[in-house]
Design a protein around this ligand. Structure first.
Ligand SMILES: Cc1ncc(COP(=O)(O)O)c(C=O)c1O
Length: 442
């Protein structure tokens, strides 16, 4: 990055074209509310909540101060066989936010760790109940569940899997729910596609037998693959089939949690209660890494009560599980969400956002627009032989015009902070419109 220095910068960037980036870096140096400040002083509108994280906007004073105070008071405490108040308080707040008897939280440091933890809980639970043969874990094509071996194995994004060998054994995948022929330009949930859930019964249970299947994990709305909204009735059907066969249902709400879909969680929006929910990102408003698995009471009781008294019941945990700084950030974030009624705000803004994004449908090379809450995907027709490059070009052009969007394949994904104003929605969508027109002429 230093022009006088031939050697590339020693930072190996994640999920980034390192060589391309280092030739023309895009650097952010500070942030406040809806904006980043770039290193050239430009104010950049954040259309992506960073990476689906900063649901309350950036550098919110209440969250910043809580982290500062905590760092000075209790920087670290060991989480194994010792406690501190932070995770007890966060777990209590999560219990109150979650529907049904999703009562117990196990803390991690990321979404990937939350997913791998949930998969391990599923295996441990069936073993504790005396059904250790239930080992198969079922994911979904196009699913994203982070990058650790469990999440990668149940995940279904080919590019994330192909380099890493055979992954975990005993994994199968449901089909994804995306079908442009039937569902393009859906506003909210597509009307068509609930039947995709039936494959759990007709193929997967039929093939592997329910007595071997531990859990199904899905994102209620698939985010990273390019915003796939669940068809009406799909999640309900998955729940019913899981119930019929004693299979645990895990919702990965790492993206959909904390108001993103116009409700506290997708489980609350859709009224479908899974057995476990994976969360991260918005939990601390992105300010300190933290994830969690929230499990139904019966799962906690099943594992904990099966172990001998005074024995460790679940041999799993991280040095930083329930880290004091993360807990301080989570408690302050939950306060901000509540005090500013941001989940309600997300629901109220959703129709305006929906109309704005669907105004893009006639623009050059737009193949689909889809949305739910404050999430939208704008799918572009791929350039022949260069998948992903049309959307990446749009991302670069937007950044030049002081707007940050995210792209995945040929989908532009939008997930602005829930504090966005209508005027800023117009700016975000207007900039994308300008860019698509401009690129269409090029
Ligand atoms: C649905 C889902 N699960 C898991 C993850 C992984 O989270 P992390 O990057 O914090 O490990 C992500 C990240 O985007 C995600 O979208």
């Amino acid at each position: 990055m230093n022009p006088e220095d031939d050697a590339p910068a020693p930072f190996w960037m994640p999920f980034t074209a390192n060589r391309q980036f280092k030739k023309a870096p895009r650097m952010l140096v500070s942030a406040r509310d809806m904006h980043f400040i770039a290193d050239d002083g430009r104010k950049v509108l954040d259309g992506t909540s960073g990476l689906w994280c900063t649901n309350a906007g950036h550098c919110r004073p209440k969250i910043v101060e809580a982290i500062q105070r905590q760092a000075a008071e209790l920087d670290y405490a060991p989480p194994f066989q010792m406690g501190h108040p932070g995770p007890f308080k966060v777990a209590e707040r999560l219990k109150n936010l979650m529907p049904g008897d999703l009562d117990y939280s196990f803390f991690t440091n990321s979404g990937s760790e939350a997913v791998d933890t949930a998969l391990k809980i599923a295996l441990a639970y069936h073993r504790a109940r005396g059904e250790p043969s239930r080992r198969w874990l079922i994911g979904r094509e196009r699913g994203y569940h982070g990058v650790n071996f469990g999440g990668m194995s149940v995940g279904g994004i080919p590019g994330n899997r192909k380099t890493f060998g055979n992954l975990l054994p005993h994994i199968d995948h449901l089909p994804h729910t995306h079908d442009l022929e039937h569902n393009s330009y859906s506003r909210g949930q597509p009307a068509w596609g609930a039947h995709f859930a039936d494959e759990l019964e007709t193929r997967i249970v039929a093939l592997h037998d329910a007595s071997n299947i531990a859990a199904v994990i899905v994102e209620p709305l698939a985010g990273s693959t390019g915003v796939l909204v669940p068809p009406k009735g799909y999640l309900e059907r998955l729940r019913a089939i899981c119930d019929k066969y004693g299979i645990l249902l895990i919702f990965d709400e790492v993206i959909t949690g904390f108001g993103r879909v116009g409700a506290p969680f997708a489980t609350s929006l859709f009224g479908v209660v899974p057995d476990m929910v994976c969360i991260a990102k918005g939990l601390t408003n992105g300010a300190v890494p933290m994830g969690a698995v929230v499990v139904r009471k019966g799962i906690y009781d099943g594992i904990v009560n099966a172990a001998p008294e005074n024995a460790i019941e679940f041999f799993h945990g991280y040095t930083y599980s329930g880290h004091p700084l993360a807990c301080a950030a989570a408690l302050a974030s939950l306060d901000v969400f509540e005090e500013e009624k941001l989940f309600e705000r997300s629901r109220e803004l959703a129709p305006y956002f929906e109309n704005a994004v669907h105004s893009l449908r006639e623009l050059p090379h737009v193949a689909d627009v889809r949305n739910l809450g404050l999430v939208a995907g704008i799918e572009l027709e791929p350039l022949a032989g260069k998948p992903g490059s049309r959307a990446f070009d749009a991302f670069l052009r937007c950044f030049d015009k002081n707007v940050l969007v995210r792209t995945t394949g040929d989908v532009i994904a939008l997930s602005p902070p829930l504090i966005i104003s209508k005027q800023q929605i117009d700016e975000l969508v207007g900039t994308i419109a300008d860019v698509l027109r401009e690129a269409g002429r090029a």
